[in-house]
Design a protein around this ligand. Sequence first.
Ligand SMILES: *Cc1c(COP(=O)(O)O)cnc(C)c1O
Length: 405
Amino acid sequence: MSSAQEWIDRGEQVIMKTYGRYPIVPVRGEGCRLWDADGKMYLDFLAGVAVNNLGHCHPRVVRAIQEQAATLIHCSNYYHIPNQIELAELLCNHSFADQAFFCNSGAEANEAAIKLARKYSRETRGENCFEIITAADSFHGRTMATVSATGQEKVQRFFDPLLHGFKHVPFNDIAALRAAVSPLTCAILLEPIQGEGGVKVPSSDYFRAVRHLCDAQGLLLIFDEVQTGLGRTGKLFAHEHFGVTPDIMTLAKALAGGAPIGTMLATAKVATAFSPGTHGSTFGGNPLMTAAALAALHALLDEGLLENANRMGDYLMAELQRLKTRYPVITEVRGIGLMVGMGLTIPAGEIVKRGHERGVLLNVTQDRVLRFVPPLVVTRGEIDEMIAILDMILAEIHSSEVGEE
Ligand SMILES: *Cc1c(COP(=O)(O)O)cnc(C)c1O
């Protein structure tokens, strides 16, 4: 078998450079740990970017994939798919939603939401009702429609002309949102907590005001819970923290324990706008991926993981707050459950790099925010291990900065 460096050299030749990849080649995972091609072990506080909520290779997901793969991998949405129906029932029984559409990623789930919102609003409110308001610093995906919805110039750059009909307002600013609504507006699309935008938690009354605005103006409220959903914040869906329900919600990342799947859920009233032939996906909700998702969702609900996300999230945040009292480079610790961000006065990249050297996978968003999204199965001992390493790194950086002065 090739070494990590050999794989990196081969990848350089044949893989398009859409990612700034770290020089790490994970080949095996279990729980909160990954091993690379050279046998080096890492403690994983990125979890595939909030995908591996159950930890790596959860036995129930592994077994479901193995058994389904030997039974039926794919047929077509021309036929009825029992696993897909069971998964839709389970998601609807645990949420505001009545019906589901399945696809393969978060971006596709948001594409479906955008198309459903436009079609529903055209039919109920008129031909010119198509505009969707989203937030600055939001992230909704990399397809053309979702890039247009995303409120980040760095995601949109080079791809003009963008899709017409999106307006961006500052997050957590109800006055700006009210001012942006016009007769063209059909929906408001928001992440309950901005993930890629730097783990931004809105004030507790923001979403109630957003819901009220939508009801008063006849707008659809769409929650992108691709990152926040499925236990990440200690509740099954993050919007449960805010006491409001949307009309449409999108999920993906953690839904199938690491297997690719996305879904767009809606109330029955809104969902009826999709009639046969109006939207679709070849692979969406196929027997294999929905078997994985069913196993993952049952594991999430049965194994006390929401409680663990709450307990460990509180513990992680308390430990990070403790570091904040000792290191002035830390400006803020924020988050809910196991979706935690730590603001820094310096770029976080150097901390991430030194973490890798010491066997911890961390992540940076918005340049100066360290993001912690470990598997929801993380233990106190694993948090202690990560904190000890982070403490060591911050001490090194602190002493080198003091030395320079
Ligand atoms: C990751 C993410 C997406 C995009 O999901 P893909 O599966 O990469 O298409 C969309 N919205 C949010 C909030 C995300 O975090």
